[in-house]
Design a protein around this ligand. Sequence first.
Ligand code: 5RP
Length: 233
Amino acid sequence: MTAQQKKINAAQLVIKKIKPGMSIGLGTGSTANEFIHILGKDKNLSQSLKCTSSSNQTIEIAKNYSIECLELDQFDYLDITIDGADEIDKNGDMIKGGGGALLREKMLANISKEYFIIIDDSKSVKTLGNFPLPIEIIPFSPKSTISQLDKVFKKYQMISQIEIRVDATGSNFITDGGNFIVDCYCKKILNSKELNPEIENIPSVITTGLFLNMSSSVIIGYDQYATEFNFDR
Ligand code: 5RP
């Protein structure tokens, strides 16, 4: 069974949460895309919704199904946001941003009444950190930001190699918001709750890929089925 089928199984379970007329945040990445493919085929449902998206890439995918993504400014809140994750632990804390959409993903999550994460079972981990932690930073003087990040990691006895993300052409990757991303190879993040605010306190850091205490439900797709875990937030 392929990872794609596991993602489809998770997406098929989460679609049951969507009711006509809801306001929906559409996440970014291959798993979120499976959700959009399923939603898009249900014209009655998809055309009744008010949607917004976490990336330009998702806007284009939604367009294939005539799903219009409105500006986030049009919403005071979202009923549900559906998104994927790069890693998630048993508390529902996550690393996100592998696709570079972390800032807008966090903005959507922040105004969502319910935040559903859909993943295949490979994303479920005991300890966060094997996946490199993405951090979105302003493009001005990235070396200075990196040296400040380095100091914070050292304070927590973490050895982290920090690399500016590059695209397929070798140029610095630019986010939809016009920023850079650095990927931090931490291996293990044991103290995310203390670490995260310190990182976000660096003036040139926009946000991190640590999504803590945010997910209301996680749906894990396996070979033949998917399972839902709920968190009291
Ligand atoms: C994009 C993200 C994605 O949700 C995350 O990278 C998972 O992607 P995929 O479903 O393709 O594995 O955070 O910024």
